[in-house]
Ligand binder design. Structure first.
Ligand code: BEZ
Length: 401
C-alpha cells in the first residue's frame, strides 16, 4: 500500500493479495464496497461569505449542509467534516485559497464557487492535483468546455444557457434591436454572448454591449448611453448586490417603462425584497422559478426555510444539488473515496431529483435542463413557460464530448 493511500477495505485487500504473491491483484478485486469506518469525509467549501456575492455563497453553503443533514449528516455512510474558506469573489486569491484546501487541509472534494474567475482558479488547482471539484454556481464556459475533465462537475448552469434562452424568447416576439449590459468578466461576457447567439439566430441585432468592471455599481454613464441608443429592450447579467442596484437605478432613470429590461434570472433571484417596486414585471430566464409546484421543490423550500430561516432561491437549489450529487457518487462506493472511477461513473449517470425539476449531466458534466421564462410578481419570480426544454451547453472545446 502506498503511504498516501487511505486504508480502505479495497486497499487492504490489495496488500493482502500482493503479500500472497498474486500477480495483477487489482484485476481480481471484487467491485463491492463495505462501509468505510473511521475518518470523516472532508469537504472544502470555497465560497464568497463577504462582498457582492455574499448572500449567494451563504445560501449555497446552507443548502449543501441541508442535503447532507437529510442523510443523517453522512455521505456513503461516513460522517462529514467541512473546511470553509471565504474566497471574497477575488480571482487573484483563488489559486492560493484552493491550494490551501487541497495541500494543507487535504480535502476529499473541493466545492465552489460563485464567481467565474475564482472558479477557473479552482479548476486549475483541481486539474493539477487531480482533486474532485463540484461547482455549485459559477457558469464559466471553460469549466465544462475547454478545461473540462473527469474530476470536474457542475450542478448549476453555464452562463450561456439562460442568455441563449432569453435571446430565443425575444426574437420569438419579433424584437430586432437590443443593447446588452453587464460586468466585464467571464460571466457577463458569456451571458451576453449566449443572448447574442440566441437573438441573432432569429434575425435580431445587438447594437451595443456595454460593460463596467466587476463589482462596480456606478451605472449612470451606461444608463445615459442606453437612453441615447433607444433600443427596443435591454438584456442584462448582474447578480447579488449589483443586481439590486442596477434594477433600482434603471427604474429611477425613468427607463423601465420606455425600454423593457430583461435578463438572466440572477437579476431578480434572491434580490426582490431589496429591489421592491423597481423589479415588478421584469422578465428573466433561468433554470429555476417560483410556482413550479413540484413535490421535491415544495419539500425543499419548506426544509430550507426551517433550517436557514430564509427563503430558498436558485443558489440554494444549486448547493442542495451539489449535496445530492455527492450523495449519489459516495453512496455507490459506500464512502470509499479511493474508488475514484466508480464515484465519477455514478455521478455521471445520476439523475438528480432537483427542486428545479429532474436533470442529468452532459458528457462535459454540466446540467442538461429546462430554462424557464419567469416574471416578477410581488416577491416571486413566477413561472411563465418553459423557454427552452432540456437545454445543453454546447461545451465547446471539451475533449470528453
Ligand atoms: C458567475 O460569475 O459565473 C456568476 C456569478 C453570479 C451569478 C451567476 C454567475
Amino acid at each position: 500500500m502506498s503511504k498516501s493511500e487511505p486504508v480502505t477495505r479495497r486497499t487492504m485487500l490489495k496488500s493482502i493479495l500482493a503479500g500472497a504473491g498474486v500477480a495483477a491483484a487489482s484485476a481480481f478485486i471484487p467491485r463491492c464496497f463495505a462501509a468505510v469506518g473511521g475518518a470523516k469525509i472532508k469537504l472544502g467549501l470555497m465560497l464568497p461569505y463577504t462582498g457582492t456575492y455574499a448572500s449567494l455563497g451563504k445560501n449555497i453553503d446552507d443548502a449543501l449542509r441541508l442535503a447532507i443533514a437529510e442523510r443523517g449528516g453522512r455521505l456513503g455512510g461516513r460522517e462529514v467534516d467541512y473546511v470553509v474558506v471565504d474566497d471574497e469573489s477575488e480571482p487573484a486569491k483563488g489559486a492560493e485559497n484552493a491550494n490551501k484546501l487541497v495541500a494543507r487541509d487535504k480535502v476529499d472534494f473541493l466545492i465552489g464557487t460563485v464567481h467565474s474567475g475564482v472558479a477557473m482558479a479552482m479548476v486549475k488547482v483541481a486539474t493539477d492535483n487531480d482533486t474532485m471539484l463540484i461547482i455549485p454556481n459559477a457558469g464559466a464556459a471553460a469549466a465544462t468546455g475547454a478545461a473540462c475533465a473527469p474530476n470536474i462537475f457542475r450542478t448549476s448552469f453555464t452562463n450561456w444557457q439562460p442568455g441563449f434562452a432569453m435571446g430565443k424568447v425575444m426574437v420569438g416576439r419579433g424584437q430586432k434591436r437590443a443593447v446588452s449590459v453587464s460586468w466585464d468578466y467571464a460571466a457577463g461576457r458569456e451571458s451576453m454572448g449566449g443572448f447574442k447567439e440566441g437573438f441573432t439566430s432569429g434575425g435580431g441585432n445587438v447594437e451595443k454591449e456595454l460593460v463596467l468592471a466587476f463589482p462596480q455599481v456606478e451605472f449612470q454613464a451606461i444608463l445615459t448611453e442606453i437612453a441615447a441608443i433607444k433600443p427596443q429592450f435591454v438584456y442584462t447579467f448582474f447578480a447579488g448586490a449589483g443586481a439590486v442596484k442596477f434594477v433600482k437605478d434603471y427604474a429611477a432613470a425613468g427607463l423601465k417603462n420606455s425600454i423593457p429590461l430583461v435578463g438572466a434570472g440572477f437579476l431578480t433571484d434572491g434580490t426582490l425584497q431589496a429591489q421592491g417596486d423597481a423589479a415588478q414585471g421584469l422578465e428573466t430566464t433561468l433554470h429555476y422559478a417560483d410556482g413550479l409546484n413540484l413535490p421535491k421543490d415544495n419539500a425543499f423550500r419548506a426544509a430550507f426555510k426551517k433550517a436557514a430561516n430564509r427563503d430558498a432561491d436558485v443558489y440554494a437549489v444549486q448547493g442542495y444539488d451539489a449535496g445530492q450529487l455527492l450523495a449519489a457518487g459516495l453512496g455507490t462506493v459506500k464512502g470509499d473515496t479511493s474508488a475514484r472511477k466508480e464515484i465519477i461513473a455514478a455521478m455521471e449517470k445520476a439523475e438528480i431529483d432537483s427542486p428545479r425539476g429532474k436533470f442529468t449531466l452532459s458528457k462535459a458534466h454540466n446540467p442538461v435542463q429546462d430554462i424557464y421564462l419567469r416574471k416578477v410578481t410581488g416577491l416571486e419570480n413566477r413561472f411563465v413557460s418553459v423557454a427552452v426544454k432540456a437545454l445543453a451547453d454546447p461545451a465547446r472545446g471539451c475533449k470528453l464530448v
